[in-house]
Design a protein. Structure first.
Length: 359
């Protein structure tokens, strides 16, 4: 296949989007790229999938390319599969070139074997979305939290992404913040400001396959979470970065010998139909990775989970206090929906810095 490679200058202003590493650091959205080749393989992984393909130049030489797509877990929820990219098929991609990788790109739109164009955020099927029939209460009368839950998928068009670049605003509600009005406000102490001093973008835990915190990771990028409920424990397993939180329903107080962790130690009780969860024992980490706002190991959080009337929505409000790094409590809220989509362990395999030659 003859090589097709076109760069088109545009007037886009680069901004950070919702991707794992953002897109401005890795890709140049001020240029548009068109390229075609033959699929070699697909890496359907988190936090980003990559399609690898051979591009034949006019002189007959072959360059090995790879182009980045969304996380495999999200693509599966959107009805995509690795089988869509059979080796040997012809692929045409429109997107943005990589900044530091001569044969890399960001996929906005692609087509296979002259088929229809598919956009980056396109939904290709229900993929588990829709009603789930089940009892709203367990035998003991408590609300039934069992099942798979996820934030509503944000249906973003490529034009919305381009408008984001032009305006400097993100398309849709901030990820992990529960939508307008749900985003916490943090007031740092002098110690908190000092702890954040020198923060750089690459310090973000997500860039190192690490969880960020129990707040934003619950809804980040609309991954599917799963809840397993018994009389003694309620286990929350996050679809993003595999945080596992086991809420002990039998303890009245936290033990003295807590091993600090990103998830902390949680105890819970039912207050009517509301699950109240008290968590402490955190290791020091980040509350806001945009500004590098940190929390100390003294962070204390109270969450309240409540089912909607029909049992298909689960809202959470939370309040946190940090006597070392913050001068005021912070509050937030979010909501997730029951889904038929499968829970998919994250199993982070970051290919961002992979060397293309020799793959």
């Amino acid at each position: 296949m003859q090589r097709t490679l076109v760069f088109v200058a545009t007037a886009l202003i680069a901004v950070t989007t919702n991707a794992h590493h953002g897109t401005t650091g890795q890709f140049d959205h001020s240029q548009a790229l068109e390229i075609a080749g033959v699929v070699k393989k697909i890496r359907f992984v988190n936090p980003h999938s990559y399609v690898y393909f051979d591009v034949t130049n006019e002189d007959g030489s072959v360059d090995e390319w790879r182009c980045e797509m969304r996380a495999a877990s999200i693509l599966k929820r959107s009805g995509w599969s690795a089988d869509m990219f059979p080796p040997g098929s012809r692929i045409k991609i429109e997107g943005a070139p990589a900044r530091r990788e001569p044969h890399g790109c960001y996929v906005e739109t692609f087509s296979l074997d002259d088929g229809p164009e598919i956009e980056r955020y396109q939904q290709l099927g229900a993929a588990g979305e829709g009603a789930v029939e089940r009892a709203t209460r367990l035998e003991d009368g408590t609300p039934n939290l069992n099942g798979n839950w996820a934030a509503p998928q944000r249906l973003i068009t490529n034009e919305a992404v381009r408008e984001t670049a032009r305006s400097g605003r993100r398309p849709g509600p901030p990820a992990g913040r529960g939508g307008p009005g749900g985003r916490p406000r943090y007031v740092q102490s002098e110690a908190g400001i000092a702890a954040s001093d020198g923060y750089e973008r690459e310090d973000n835990p997500r860039f190192h396959c690490m969880a960020t915190n129990i707040f934003m990771d619950w809804t980040f990028d609309q991954h599917v979470n799963t809840i397993e409920q018994s009389e003694d424990t309620i286990t929350l397993t996050y679809g993003f970065m595999d945080i596992v939180r086991t809420i002990d329903m039998n303890l009245d107080a936290h033990p003295d010998n807590i091993e600090p962790s990103r998830a902390g130690h949680s105890i819970g009780q039912w207050n009517g139909d509301t699950l109240v969860v008290d968590t402490l024992g955190f290791e020091e980490g980040y509350l806001d990775t945009r500004q590098g706002i940190k929390h100390s190991s003294q962070l204390h959080v109270v969450e309240r989970f409540a089912l909607g009337e029909d049992g298909t929505s689960l809202s959470r409000t939370y309040k946190g206090e940090d006597p070392i790094y913050l001068t005021e409590p912070f509050e937030g809220r979010d909501e997730i929906l029951l889904t038929q989509a499968e829970f998919d362990p994250y199993n982070c395999e970051d290919l961002t810095e992979e060397i293309v030659e020799g793959f």
